[in-house]
Design a protein around this ligand. Structure first.
Ligand SMILES: Cc1cc2nc3c(=O)[nH]c(=O)nc-3n(C[C@H](O)[C@H](O)[C@H](O)COP(=O)(O)OP(=O)(O)OC[C@H]3O[C@@H](n4cnc5c(N)ncnc54)[C@H](O)[C@@H]3O)c2cc1C
Length: 506
């Protein structure tokens, strides 16, 4: 059975990127004229997503994937020889400031999140300048932390910021799994050193990650309070971006790093991300006098609810709860309500988890519906459009956080795109369109299986059925899970990008 499932999936993933633009809506449609596109979206909502059409298979796959050994479907791509090329430096190409009413740019990156800043920095180190537009008045100050695995660290090494972050955040040594149904006792404990040698896991504060990336860009690169309002093709001249405050920017290349609700992806014909039926609470606990925990990821599995916590630094501990809910319901903004709702979900659970949650300032708790979008071959639009617009990170492939890979993959995208684009954008022989297509081909085979795997693992670990949970707690976790093969998706090689003399990074 497992072999059959693996074959089926291998088959579906062997598709090429060739004909994927067929489902695009009218390409002349601008984002500002979205009315008819909005109607299309409503119709699409009524037809179930492919992942929902085959629940039995999905469940079987989830088991196969979760237990996958070295033959894992999601075994990572081999280091691509093309990634090893070194490109000559080129002069920065930014030509005008975005503060004028109408300006021209060579490259505009929309969104100063992980993807946008990492892309800007990787391009910068390759000698190519880009302007970054961010809707917020500052970098995202909220948010809790992101657990980054070795693939994320390899990218941070490549763009020269890893050591600065390593100095602030603890290296996680292993993983502990428990169940409240089993009286909170350990189901399994893993050591990364023994089970997955070479793995590097650290949780970093999102705010600090963003600030560190931004600090390496030339002053003025990021234009804050610059919300993209509409986007329209302007033929060979490029793409016209109109901001909320009326400014217009004509850009030869637009890189959409505008996150999970990306307006650029919508304009390119992507469907809305799909709510997967569970939500997450996250928080960051503070211990001014030092936190007391071993550097381990702690997971606690209940029925339809799971929680965990990870020491981040000597004074901070990140925690999360994932819980099933038919629909996300109204947004809750009251911090006290958020915290008490979170505590209600895990009443009676192990006391260390509850202590971490109680040590969390009220404003440091967030609740997020979990969504994803599977890039089915032949159904999903292309990640680039006409050699002028391309998507990176969540804007292209939102995935559930069950593998802790969304930001790691956004970082991977950033270096792959920068290495493809930099030579073309600095007047090399390859066309920009070819560079974007090569990026998409290389990344699609990585991000589509990962998105699927993350979604299916979520289905598995969120099960409520008592019998299934008993098998999970009694057999699957204690006897079958193997950490090394399970983490094979974190294999990603990436050479350093040395800054060019023309683009020294602070
Ligand atoms: C509960 C949860 C836990 C997670 N945990 C992990 C984890 O442990 N490890 C991991 O690797 N990943 C994790 N992720 C995933 C991770 O958060 C995302 O994959 C990552 O933030 C994607 O980065 P991004 O830059 O693509 O998007 P974002 O971080 O969302 O950045 C998008 C940026 O674009 C800006 N923007 C949006 N619209 C506009 C506009 N119109 N004009 C201008 N700017 C705009 C936004 O303000 C924002 O700054 C988690 C996600 C969730 C939901």
């Amino acid at each position: 059975m497992r072999g059959r499932v693996l074959c089926m999936l291998s088959y579906s993933w062997s598709g090429t990127c060739g004909s994927r633009s067929s489902t695009l809506p009218n390409r002349d449609q601008t984002w500002s004229s979205r009315q008819s596109y909005g109607d299309q979206k409503k119709k699409k909502k009524n037809s179930p997503a492919p992942a929902q059409e085959t629940p039995a298979i999905a469940i079987a796959i989830a088991i196969a994937m979760a237990l996958a050994s070295s033959t894992s479907l999601c075994s990572p791509p081999l280091p691509c020889p093309r990634l090893r090329r070194r490109y000559s430096a080129a002069a920065p190409t930014v030509t005008a400031s975005a503060t004028t009413q109408r300006s021209d740019e060579n490259i505009v990156i929309v969104g100063a999140g992980v993807a946008g800043l990492a892309t800007a920095l990787a391009l910068r180190r390759l000698g190519v300048g880009a302007a970054v537009l961010e809707q917020g008045a500052t970098l995202r100050a909220g948010g809790t932390s992101l657990t980054l695995f070795k693939n994320g660290w390899h990218v941070l090494d490549a763009i020269g910021v890893a050591d600065e972050l390593r100095a602030k955040y603890l290296r996680i040594q292993g993983m502990r799994m428990r169940s409240p149904a089993a009286g909170g006792r350990d189901l399994r404990e893993f050591s990364f050193e023994e089970e997955a040698p070479g793995q590097e896991v650290r949780a970093v504060e999102r705010r600090v990650l963003l600030e560190t990336l931004a600090s390496k860009l030339p002053p003025g690169t990021i234009s804050f309070s610059s919300k993209l309002n509409s986007i329209a093709e302007q033929g060979p001249d490029g793409t016209l971006l109109e901001l909320e405050d009326g400014r217009q920017i004509l850009s030869k290349i637009v890189i959409g790093c505008d996150g999970v609700n990306s307006p650029i992806a919508r304009w390119m014909g992507f469907s809305e991300p799909r709510y997967v039926g569970h939500m997450a609470f996250r928080g960051l606990a503070e211990y001014a006098d030092g936190q007391p925990f071993e550097p381990k990821v702690n997971y606690i599995y209940g029925r339809g609810v799971r929680a965990g916590f990870v020491p981040v630094s000597p004074t901070k501990v990140y925690w999360f709860i994932c819980f099933n809910r038919q629909d996300p319901g109204p947004k809750i903004t009251d911090p006290a309500v958020l915290k008490s709702e979170a505590l209600d979900l895990v009443r009676g659970w192990p006391s260390d988890l509850l202590a971490v949650m109680h040590s969390t300032p009220e404003g440091a708790v967030v609740r997020t519906p979990l969504v994803d979008r599977w890039l089915w071959p032949g159904r999903a639009p292309s990640a680039s459009r006409g050699g002028r617009v391309v998507l990176v990170g969540d804007a292209w492939h939102p995935m559930t956080p069950n593998l802790g890979q969304g930001a790691c993959c956004a970082l991977e995208d950033a270096v792959v795109l920068a290495r493809r684009l930099a030579p073309a954008a600095s007047g090399g022989t390859n066309s920009i369109e070819a560079a974007m297509r090569a990026y998409e081909a290389e990344r699609w085979s990585r991000v589509f299986p990962l998105t699927a795997r993350a979604g299916l693992v979520g289905t598995l670990v969120q099960w409520e059925n008592p019998a299934v949970c008993a098998v999970r707690d009694g057999v699957v976790i204690p006897r079958l899970v193997r950490l090394g093969p399970f983490l094979e998706h974190t294999n990603f090689e990436c050479d350093l990008i040395e800054p060019t003399p023309q683009s020294p990074c602070p």
